[in-house]
Design a protein around this ligand. Structure first.
Ligand code: 4AZ
Length: 262
């Protein structure tokens, strides 16, 4: 893992500065971190789910009610049969989750129509209802409706995704905090200039990268300090790279579609 982190840092900082390279080397000597550079979660976010294909974790998911899980549309891009899918809940450790079979799923009909990962949202229905347990399994809450992503706010994301780009996947849930960025802010403005952002997306992270969601974190909930759902992890160029923050699905913008398909 240390090796792949170093390799990733080098790639990320390639051609930048000697200082950057030295920083990369220094960072590679600190103990394993993650989501990327997050910490091991010590308390279970009750709304947190693992979407699994043939019992293998592929993405995060968010419990909306006892039969409904929200995830990213691109997690279902392979069009796996619902019978191949299950949802694990109730444990910080992937090998300790209680698994529920998926009965069917609905992908947003305008997913990826014009912009890559546009409308990156899907709703899964479970074959049997979840048993809610206080403090470990329960539905996410929604913020009082507001028009825009909460720019400047620090939000929290958790997942069983990779600990570094191209690195290893943890058995433990990791979590980190990221700041909601405006499209023209450093960290998000590169995507903006490249025409890769739609109004169903927003960026969250830091101009210097540092900490971020990574592959396998998609579909997981980005929540505010009241544990209210603001976004779901969607995409990003690499993980934790400078100038390339994580991109999240703007669930507020897609609220009526989500509600109608629950
Ligand atoms: C992914 O592939 C993915 N750095 C999710 C989030 C990010 C990158 C990739 C954000 O699921």
């Amino acid at each position: 893992m240390a090796w792949s982190w170093r390799r990733t840092s080098w790639r990320g900082l390639a051609g930048v500065t000697l200082v950057g390279t030295l920083l990369g080397l220094l960072s590679s000597t600190v103990p394993a971190h993650a989501i990327v550079n997050g910490t091991k979660a010590t308390r279970m976010p009750p709304y947190m789910a693992s979407l699994q294909e043939y019992r293998r974790h592929i993405c995060g998911g968010v419990i909306l009610d006892d039969r409904t899980i929200l995830t990213a549309a691109h997690c279902l891009q392979r069009q796996s049969p619902p019978s191949a899918l299950s949802v694990g809940v109730g444990s910080l450790r992937l090998d300790g989750t209680t698994n529920y079979p998926v009965e069917k799923y609905v992908v947003h009909p305008q997913y990826s129509m014009f912009v890559e990962y546009n409308n990156d949202v899907a709703v899964l229905k479970l074959a049997t209802p979840l048993t809610f347990k206080p403090g470990s399994v329960g539905p996410v809450s929604w913020p009082p409706s507001s028009g825009q992503p909460p720019y400047g706010q620090i939000l929290s994301i958790a997942g069983w995704g990779l600990l570094s780009e191209g690195g290893s996947a943890p058995n433990d849930l990791y979590t980190t905090n990221v700041m909601v960025l405006r499209n023209d802010e450093e960290g998000c403005s590169n995507y903006s200039r490249e025409g890769r952002l739609s109004d169903t997306m927003f960026c969250a992270g830091y101009p210097d990268g540092h900490t971020d969601a990574c592959q396998g974190d998609s579909g997981g909930a980005l929540v505010n300090r009241y544990n209210e759902l603001v976004g779901i992890a969607s995409w990003g160029q690499g993980c934790a790279l400078p100038g390339r923050a994580g991109v999240y699905t703007n669930v507020n913008k897609l609220y009526s579609w989500i509600k109608a398909n629950m």
